[in-house]
Design a protein around this ligand. Structure first.
Ligand code: B12
Length: 214
């Protein structure tokens, strides 16, 4: 199994989508737990891609093909992560904020929330504040989940919360925020209701905000 997991990590790091998909399938067939594959292999592989980009070994195209490999591998994990017989815990509207195209982490958060019994409306990436507000206006939304991966797009989380306030909707929904540059302090400063570091934490936070226990 170690060989399979090592080859999965290498395939994502090097952007070999077919090899990544094959390795995930082999890991699942071999009985590996989907959450562990994600946490212990796939997320660290993307961290390594980020490290290589930061130190100049990788450029945008390499980051992009690694992201594609990650997505193909994730697609195979998805059915296992979202399989649930829990009754609906609430509706979450999720999206990556305006100007930001990073959606892998947000997609993972959506999958884990679905797996925990939340109904998820995923607005995608590069989502303008007005679109979040419009989604809340349609009603029945318990939580807004905002993701940002760039320091330059973090301010759009605050703008989104401000626009919710202006529309008189802030008290109607809980707002949770996340993404690599987000911190607990930032969440408090911009008036969000909570921050979580990863997708597992996002589920615990969502449950707390809607007042359901695990
Ligand atoms: C893949 C990637 C890309 C891909 C994105 C593809 C896609 N469809 O997502 C592409 C190639 C498009 C890309 C582009 C760019 N990128 Co980029 N990218 C990355 C990389 C390598 C991995 C991100 C990722 O997927 N991580 C894996 C997931 C699982 O982790 P995550 O996103 O953090 O999500 C987890 C948590 O944060 C949390 N979470 C996430 N969202 C939410 C939401 C809520 C509500 C909660 C509770 C939790 C939560 O849970 C998730 C699951 O555990 C990171 C490096 C890194 N280590 O983060 C750089 C990185 C984010 N990119 C960076 C940069 C600079 C860029 C570009 C500006 C490069 C350029 N010169 O054009 C562009 C910007 C494009 C744009 N407008 O968005 C920098 C950002 C620096 C900064 N501080 O702002 C990073 C950090 C790389 C680096 N080390 O320099 N990128």
């Amino acid at each position: 199994m170690k060989d399979v997991l090592d080859s999965l990590k290498k395939a994502i790091e090097e952007g070999q989508a077919k090899d990544a998909a094959k390795a995930v399938q082999a890991a699942l067939d071999g009985g590996a737990e989907p959450g562990a594959i994600l946490r212990e292999v796939m997320v660290p592989a993307m961290d390594e891609v980020g490290r290589r980009y930061e130190c100049g070994d990788y450029f945008l195209p390499e980051m992009l093909i690694s992201a594609r490999a990650m997505k193909e591998a994730l697609a195979l994990l998805r059915p296992r992560l979202v399989a649930t017989d829990v009754k609906p815990a609430g509706t979450v509207v999720a999206g990556t904020v305006k100007g930001d195209l990073h959606d892998i982490g947000k997609n993972l958060v959506c999958m884990m929330l679905e797996g925990a019994g939340f109904e998820v409306r995923d607005l995608g990436c590069d989502v303008a504040p007005e679109k979040f507000v419009d989604a809340v206006k349609t009603g029945g939304v318990s939580l807004l989940a905002l993701s940002a991966l760039l320091t330059t797009t973090l301010p759009n989380m605050k703008v989104t919360i401000e626009q919710l306030k202006s529309a008189g909707l802030r008290e109607k929904v809980g707002v949770m925020v996340g993404g690599a540059p987000v911190t607990d302090k930032l969440a408090t400063d911009i008036g969000a209701d909570g921050y979580a570091e990863d997708a597992t934490g996002a589920v615990a936070l969502a449950r707390r905000l809607v007042g359901v226990s695990a």
